[in-house]
Design a protein around this ligand. Structure first.
Ligand code: PLP
Length: 400
């Protein structure tokens, strides 16, 4: 083995590979499992899968739909998606040339970024941001540029867009804006005025707009979800990313959607094919059955159910002395944990888990270094039994 040392010295991780792999969310999940606590950390949404979706997938397996599909998805599903986005989002798409059924919104965003961006390109992201957006871009040597949203002035106010900050962040390398509406983790829903202002920036500076609308059905009260692609002049430059993970409670199925102009979509299909070949075949049939059989009332009920869950968790956090910022959409709550022991958010989250058995995510996961250290994120897409248990545990802090 004389040469082993010399060879080993030549072997190393890539420049992009992270040196420490354990994410804080996974670490909390493992610790939570170890102590038998309630996990409000991960956005896994373990609520019931709608019957037609489950049944559709099972039947498809028995019917032999277990082989590769067309690279952009089965015709049945693309047609059902086109119909759905027409009535729900107000977007007209050609199911044959403008839809990619992706391996999750995650796989869809990866393929879209590969198709439209070059290494060194800058993409504006709003802070607090969803970690995968930033990390996916970095993994392709693209540069996320963080623009902070203004913090709500009180619990029921919203995070707001600072347009001057967006303009100040633009450079000759800026190629795209990334809008997540409703957002993870803040539950922010961009208003029409905000989207119009961003559309104008995109037009003036020749930018693509990626919109991640995976929480489009989780909208509470009389707030309106607006798909930026529906604004005049935006269709061609906007890439709409969404999926079934959250709406049908199938995060493990890996089924997402990308809508893009037919000029761009073939390149996205190409990159998606290289990594995934296609989205899981029988599960595509399950999603198609869901879209075909579940009417508008399903989506209304989904929002109503989650609005109820939001109310439970808001009240429990309030009682526990952690002021929640009430989200307009999605299914997470950021709460002010400054009163909890611990120097930073990760230590506060660990303290809370040890004390109550409720796992949360350190707010710092969603901000640039040094920010979000007074915040914790809690997920309320949980079965009522588990959510009630978590609420009782959180309220036990009150008696401290
Ligand atoms: C904003 C956002 N986009 C995308 C995803 C992942 O979607 P998918 O499961 O379709 O990859 C999540 C999951 O937490 C999310 O919060």
């Amino acid at each position: 083995m004389a040469g082993t040392t010399a060879i080993t010295q030549d072997l190393r991780l890539s420049e992009l590979a992270p040196r420490a792999l354990q994410s804080e969310i996974r670490a909390m999940t493992m610790e939570c499992d170890r102590i038998g606590g309630v996990n409000l950390a991960q956005g896994v949404c373990d609520t019931e899968v709608p019957a037609p979706v489950m049944q559709g997938a099972i039947e498809a397996m028995h019917a032999g739909h277990n082989i590769y599909t067309r690279l952009d998805g089965i015709a049945r599903l693309r047609k059902a998606i086109a119909e759905k986005v027409r009535w729900f989002n107000g977007i007209e798409v050609n199911p044959d040339t403008e839809i990619l059924v992706a391996s999750g919104a995650t796989g869809g965003f990866h393929a879209a970024a590969m198709a439209l961006l070059n290494p060194g390109d800058e993409v504006i992201l709003f802070e607090p941001f969803y970690g995968y957006h930033a990390s996916t871009l970095k993994s392709m040597r693209m540069q996320p540029v963080l623009v902070p949203l203004a913090r709500p002035v009180n619990a029921s106010a919203d995070w707001t867009l600072d347009l001057d900050a967006v303009k100040a962040a633009l450079t000759p390398r800026t190629r795209a804006l990334l809008i997540n509406t409703p957002s993870n983790p803040a539950g922010k829903i961009f208003t029409r005025a905000e989207i119009e202002a961003l559309a104008q920036v995109a037009e003036e500076h020749g930018l693509f707009v990626f919109t991640d609308e995976i929480y489009e059905h989780f909208v509470y009260g009389d707030v309106e979800h607006i798909s930026p692609a529906t604004l005049p002049g935006m269709r061609e430059r906007t890439v709409v990313i969404s999926g079934f993970s959250k709406t049908f409670s199938v995060t493990g199925w890996r089924l997402g959607t990308v809508l893009a102009h037919s000029k761009w979509l073939p390149a996205m299909n190409y990159f998606h094919d290289l990594t995934y070949v296609c989205a899981p075949a029988p599960l595509q049939h399950g999603a198609a059955a869901g879209l075909e059989q579940l009417g508008p009332e399903f989506y209304t009920q989904l929002a109503a159910d989650h609005e109820g869950k939001r109310a439970k968790l808001v009240s429990a956090l309030d009682d526990a002395g952690m002021k929640p910022f009430i989200p307009r959409g999605a299914y997470y709550i950021l709460a002010d944990a400054s009163a909890l022991p611990g120097e930073n958010a990760a230590l506060k989250a660990r303290w809370l888990l040890a004390k109550t058995g409720v796992a949360s995510v350190a707010g710092s996961a969603f901000f640039r270094a040094g920010h979000g250290e007074d915040l914790l994120r809690f997920c309320f897409a949980k079965k009522d039994r588990d959510l009630d248990d978590a609420c009782t545990r959180l309220r036990s802090l009150k008696s401290e």
